[in-house]
Design a protein around this ligand. Structure first.
Ligand code: GDP
Ligand code: MG
Length: 405
């Protein structure tokens, strides 16, 4: 817990994204294995990363899909990475969006043997929309292809990043094999590839400026009960500072409940406080676990009223994806209702086109629309979201004005 207040330590939240089976979980295990050899991580095996979260809920521990590792920077500074690998089961995209909303940068994993696939594109879009502005590409399964294929996939990735407004030229691209690295292979595609990847993260990703001003805000990513102690909620602080014994509110899905934080846990240790950017577990007094839903916010009661407001109505700047971007073929009319994803929550949402006489929105159109959520949620200024229909992303948006419920 001491290093929390150590100015020579910086905290960066990262995670793996990309198409299923391209090697995200193997790479996550490989990073911890190789860095464990260097004394900069504890090894977390593939199996303990990929198990369903329900099986892992023991004690007050942070979701094990969050692994952590260290690197040494110049000038005696150290960096601690908190790394999320989304479990590859049913609610996959929901978890991915929720995970990405907590990342400062993403490791985009693409198997060189397959190249860009639908979820490679979708994850870049969703992560960018969730606020991830820097990515490092890991061209995985380089053991299966020739050098010219690697070059081609690298080009393809730079084009994809460019299309989504990321810095395609400066983005580091690292070739390797997560499978060889986790097996301890000393060849260039094995362990050294992991070292190159971490060096690329160190050099390319800067710790973002964290807003520590009140109110403290933490979207709930997960909740579980700890026998004899109560309910723990986990998540990453979006802003502010939370301290043990702070009075807080648990808000969302039409509910609002007052409670007290009786313990703050970071990296499995009790700490006196946590600040914006930290991934933590908060023990809440007198809150039954079944009353907590992912997507609720835990927030401080001492902040600027304008930061958060609870409503189910707002206006938004919306972009309807074109068919070639994987979006709808058909236009959208007033009353269009689908699932809206933002931060760690998702809800049914209805769109109303404005002005009212506007007949329809065509795929590829930008417009200002009215949004009505099925439940009242605490909303931040400029909050971003995506909408999905039949398992594909069809729209991206940004909140403009919060309206009275
Ligand atoms: P995820 O769905 O993206 O998390 O992918 P996994 O990490 O579960 O890997 C999917 C499959 O690809 C597994 O069978 C891995 O052993 C295999 N795999 C992962 N990395 C490599 C690699 O570098 N080379 C080869 N040949 N196979 C790999
Ligand atoms: Mg996986």
């Amino acid at each position: 817990g001491q290093e929390k207040s150590d100015p020579t330590v910086e905290h960066v939240n990262v995670g793996t994204i990309g198409h299923v089976d391209h090697g995200k979980t193997t790479l996550t295990a490989a990073i911890t294995k190789v860095l464990a050899k260097r004394g900069n991580a504890s090894y977390v095996s593939y199996d303990s990363i990929d198990r369903a979260p329900e099986e892992r809920r023991r004690g007050i521990t942070i979701n094990v899909a969050h692994v952590s590792y260290w690197s040494l920077l110049s000038g005696g500074r150290r960096r601690r990475y908190a790394h999320t690998d989304c479990p590859g089961h049913a609610d996959y995209v929901k978890n991915m969006i929720s995970g990405a909303s907590q990342m400062d940068a993403a490791i985009l994993v693409v198997a060189a043997s397959e190249g860009e696939m639908p979820q490679t594109r979708e994850h870049v879009l969703l992560a960018k929309q969730a606020g991830v502005s820097k990515m490092v590409v890991f061209l995985n399964k380089a053991d299966l292809v020739d050098a010219d294929v690697l070059e081609l996939v690298e080009l393809e990735m730079r084009e994809l990043l460019d299309k989504h407004g990321l810095d395609a030229e400066k983005t580091p691209v690292v070739c390797g094999s997560a499978r060889l690295a986790v097996a301890g292979d000393p060849g260039p595609l094995g362990e050294p590839a992991v070292d190159r990847l971490v060096a690329a993260l160190d050099a390319y990703v800067e710790p973002p400026v964290r807003d520590e001003a009140p109110p403290f805000v933490m979207p709930v990513d997960n909740a579980f009960s700890v026998t004899g102690r109560g309910t723990v909620v986990t998540g990453t602080l979006v802003r502010g500072i939370v301290r043990r014994l702070d009075k807080v509110s648990l808000v969302g899905f039409d509910e609002c409940r007052s409670t007290v934080v009786t313990d703050v846990q970071a990296f499995r240790e009790s700490v006196p406080q946590a600040v914006a950017g930290d991934h933590v577990g908060l023990l809440l007094r007198g809150v039954p676990v079944r009353s907590v839903l992912r997507g609720m916010l835990v927030c401080g009661c001492d902040g600027d009223e304008g930061v958060l407001s609870v409503t189910n109505r707002f206006t938004a700047q919306l972009y309807l994806l074109s068919a070639s971007e994987g979006g709808r073929q058909a236009p959208v009319r007033t009353g269009y209702t689908q699932q809206l994803f933002s931060s760690t929550w998702n809800l049914q949402a209805r769109l109303d086109l404005t002005p009212a006489e506007l007949d329809m929105l065509l795929p590829g159109d930008h417009a200002t629309v009215g949004v009505t959520l099925l439940r009242k949620m605490p909303l931040l200024a400029n909050q971003t979201f995506t909408m999905r229909e039949n398992g594909v992303t069809v729209a991206t948006g940004r909140l403009v004005t919060r309206l009275d419920p």
